[in-house]
Design a protein around this ligand. Sequence first.
Ligand SMILES: [Zn+2]
Length: 438
Amino acid sequence: MTAINHVVIVAGGKGTRLSALFGNIPKALVPVGGKPVLQHQLELAAKAGVRSATIFAGFLADQIAEFVGDGSRFGMNITVRVEDEPLGNAGAVLQSLKTLPESFFVMYGDVMMAVDLERMARFHRDHGAAFTAFVHPNDHPFDSDLIEADAEGRVTALHNAPHEPNRAYDNLVNAALYIVERNALTPAPGKQDFTKNVMPGLIVSGAKVLAYRSAEYIKDMGTPERLARVETDLKSGKLDLANAGKPRAAVFLDRDGTLNLEKGFLASQDGMELLPGVGAALKALRQAGYCLVVVTNQPVIARGEASENDVAAIHRRLEWELGKEGAYLDAIYLCPHHPDKGFAGERPELKIACQCRKPGIAMVEQACRELTLNAAASWMIGDQTRDIEMARRAGLRSILVRTGTAGRDGNFSATPDFVADDIRAAADLILEQKKAAA
Ligand SMILES: [Zn+2]
């Protein structure tokens, strides 16, 4: 098992949308925190043991060649290849396969990231993938290239932007960071695109194309607004690799009655209606550094009133509606179980007393493990007493919201740490508490 020690950087981009700020420079040389994005990428790769790079340049390629030189100041051997005509993000790579090693990373030249590349490489190797794509949720899924993957992480379909406004997909965005096995690729002439040509071709051919899900930082800086955000994130330490593996604070969220209108039990996505201000509240919490995780009891599944697929469709709709408001979730955990038997059409195998049904804490424990979260620094927002009781058992601070059931269910007697009118007020409260503690 050898390390992956080569990176291909696709840097032909013109950066038209940034030209008002920086004039005539290629996008890869646009400074972020005073350093070209290309330099950030090369330094990240070098830290992960990558020893050589091929940069595919086009627009103002001489500036890029001059900037990197032979690569020695980055501790790397760097070759700059110049495309005579724009060949899309994959065309030049496919025409140069013979010059590339067996396995390599691919990065687009406008992406800032704090990703543990060695961990991603281990995932790629351990699963024997032909092609691995880094995927994550973001706050603008409607104009992002989206990936559909099965439960094992195998990519089954790609949906490139723009999307139909009312068609909801998983918020699983292709972040433009790949690991590629050269032998899986086929040389092809002319303009080629990783998401439009290469990945669909591999999927059709039966090659193992995997989605690598991670909550690590990765964002493109291709517009002035996105660049400004990345600059802010850089200053606040979000791109600091040293912080990457440290447990983070989260806000756990109940679903019905907290994020969306409580309508009894939701059995279809058409009933998914966000409460006012949810998007803004989640955006503010994320900006403050909180991971956002939904934990929801879905006994409708055990009772046979909705299938796993129905609930997945409801969650796609939820994520899509949040995306329209510029917000996203890191994960949704659900309990499909229900302890009481005696419903027509129920599924006996799910009729169990489980550890995950709130106020059980198995969903919180799983989230803490999978997303590296610090429960003691985290919060729970919910509208039912079982949310508050779960928070008590899991060691989370809790806020009962007056939307939905507003705690009137009376099932458990735990007292919330705070009560707030709705999720907006709850988010304000968390941010105030954070400020007071700082
Ligand atoms: Zn359960």
